[in-house]
Design a protein around this ligand. Structure first.
Ligand code: NDP
Length: 500
């Protein structure tokens, strides 16, 4: 790494990494029964930087029991909404005060640029926290006129109440561990639920720190618990626990389907935010500069490890060659290096296993003579780097054309017209996001309803907002996060019918 540009690690961050970590249960750190541990690596060097507990079933049981006890006690669930809101706003203020610490922890365990950690992950998390805190005081039902006519002369009035669903299990992936973690914690707490959260085993540190800040903000003991561990034992025990009333899962489609199958046995409420293979349709009247700027960001932000990333770009024939040239210049101009170096634009991917997976897609494409345009070479160290890569006009049967690669790899395909682009864009089992690039309003209004995706951007891609619902069509998931109705997924509707 270029040591001159490296951001100095805060003393608070260094000492947090060195701690003898436990599990966050009942408002504090406790020693686990499990003696197994998990190493945490800095993806930019491949070196171990911390160690966490690999929780066993007994440890998970303690966390769920603590959350359940807190829930039934009413210490949080029956608190005045304005008090919950005030504590959650204080919680957001604490993140703001500790912004640099959280940004550094995120970059050190996940690999992404410190610029992205500061300006996107921490800054957006703050926005979402404040938005969601405000939802705590907006929970409401309806009054209902009824037509029940027995016994004769009786009259009835009913109303609906939204009540917190109970104990939530939050399962978090490794690409945006802080932000996605708080997308589970905040709506759960705003609704009055308790939560047990399991971060990805490779990126648990930011959520562990956020648990401490929650207690400091005034969230009562037991309401917010963190168990660290692997998916097969810790994740599975948590999501299949009978005291869990709701699962909020973000991760791969394969894992999500497995959890959904087990949830159906107990009819546990479930929201699934899953994978994507997101198309961008570029029509010949689009502004090429806007397209290249927008889609370079949308394809390579966080090394393409973004569920909403544009990973398939379909370009109308008349501007295809020009755009390929522009993308090639842009990709070859990207500098590669450590996330803690703010001048590096492409950083390491999150793990050695993921680096191998992404490279195996590229090796297959290379072996089958696909046209690959690769950016600068990775630094010469043990870090988990993958050069940013464009794949030009790939065959449909290449694995990387159909699978979610989740890396710095994007395909560019020439299409005859908008109809061919639309057919190819929709020819996937996924349906998370898409974008359409055109200067024609009527074309945009005609095509957007025909694109099978939960979010469609026109002349942009990957821009999300707390007030805009987000979720997938088809196998990209079920349910929606964000927006004014977000807490519906963390509440049950109770009808109360009164005879008078
Ligand atoms: P995984 O599905 O591999 O893992 C997600 C989480 O599930 C991890 O915490 C994992 O633990 C846990 N897990 C694994 N197996 C089980 C199990 N049997 N029971 C309970 N929990 C389990 O996804 P990744 O972490 O690899 O994340 C990348 C994926 O997430 C991509 O497909 C991406 O598209 C998707 N994603 C979707 C988003 C959306 O909003 N739609 C947003 C961001 C990402 P462990 O780490 O120990 O394996």
């Amino acid at each position: 790494m270029n040591q001159v540009n490296r951001v100095a690690t805060l003393e608070r961050v260094s000492s947090f990494l060195k701690r003898n970590h436990g599990l966050y249960i009942d408002g504090g750190w406790i020693s686990a029964q499990s003696t197994d541990t998990l190493p945490i690596f800095d993806p930019s060097t491949g070196q171990q930087i911390s160690t966490t507990i690999d929780a066993n079933a007994y440890d998970v049981e303690r966390a769920v029991t603590s959350a359940h006890k807190a829930f039934v006690s009413g210490v949080w669930s029956r608190r005045l909404p304005a008090e919950r809101e005030r504590i959650l706003l204080r919680y957001a203020d604490l993140l703001e005060q500790h912004a640099e610490e959280l940004a550094q922890l995120e970059t050190l365990e996940q690999g992404k640029s410190i610029n992205v950690s500061r300006a996107f992950e921490v800054a957006c998390t703050l926005n979402w926290m404040r938005y969601t805190a405000g939802l705590a005081t907006k929970i409401s039902g309806r009054t209902l006129d009824l037509s029940i006519s027995v016994p004769e002369g009786a009259r009835y009035t009913a109303y609906t109440r939204k009540e917190p669903v109970g104990v939530v299990a939050g399962i978090v992936p490794w690409n945006f561990p802080l932000m996605i973690g708080m997308w589970k914690v905040m709506p759960a707490l705003a609704a009055g639920c308790s939560i047990v959260i399991k971060p990805s085993e490779i990126t648990p540190l930011t959520l562990m720190r956020m648990a401490e800040l929650a207690t400091e903000a005034g969230v009562p003991a037991g309401v917010f618990n963190v168990v660290t561990g692997n998916g097969a034992v810790c994740g599975k025990t948590l999501t299949s626990h009978p005291l869990i009333s709701k699962i909020s899962f973000t991760g791969s489609t394969a894992t999500g389907k497995g959890i959904a199958r087990s949830a159906i046995d107990r009819l546990t409420r479930i929201t699934l935010e899953l994978g994507g293979k997101n198309p961008a349709i570029v029509l010949k009247d689009a502004d090429p500069k806007q397209v290249v700027e927008g889609l370079m960001m949308a394809s390579f932000l966080n090394q393409g490890q973004v569920c909403a990333a544009s990973s398939r770009i379909y370009v109308e024939a008349p501007i295809f060659d020009q755009l390929v040239g522009d993308f090639e210049s842009a990709v070859k101009g990207l500098s590669i290096g450590a996330g803690m170096d703010p001048t590096s634009q492409i950083n390491a991917v999150a793990s050695k296993a993921h680096q191998r997976k992404v490279e195996s897609y590229l090796a297959e494409a290379n072996a089958l003579n696909a046209e690959l345009i690769r950016g600068s070479a990775a630094p010469n160290n043990e870090g988990f780097y993958v050069s940013p890569t464009l794949v030009i006009n790939p065959d449909d049967d290449l694995s990387l054309t159909r699978d979610e690669v989740f890396g710095p790899v994007v395909t560019l395909t020439r299409v005859a017209d908008a109809e061919e682009a639309l057919a190819k864009a929709n020819d996937t089992e996924y349906g998370l996001t898409a974008s359409l690039w055109t200067n024609s309003l009527s074309t945009a209004m005609d095509l957007t309803p025909r694109i099978e995706a939960g979010t469609v951007w026109v002349n942009s891609h990957t821009l999300i907002d707390a007030n805009m619902p987000f979720g997938g069509f088809k196998q990209s998931g079920t349910g929606r996060d964000f927006g004014v109705d977000w807490l519906d997924a963390f509440t049950e509707t109770k009808s109360v019918c009164i005879r008078h």
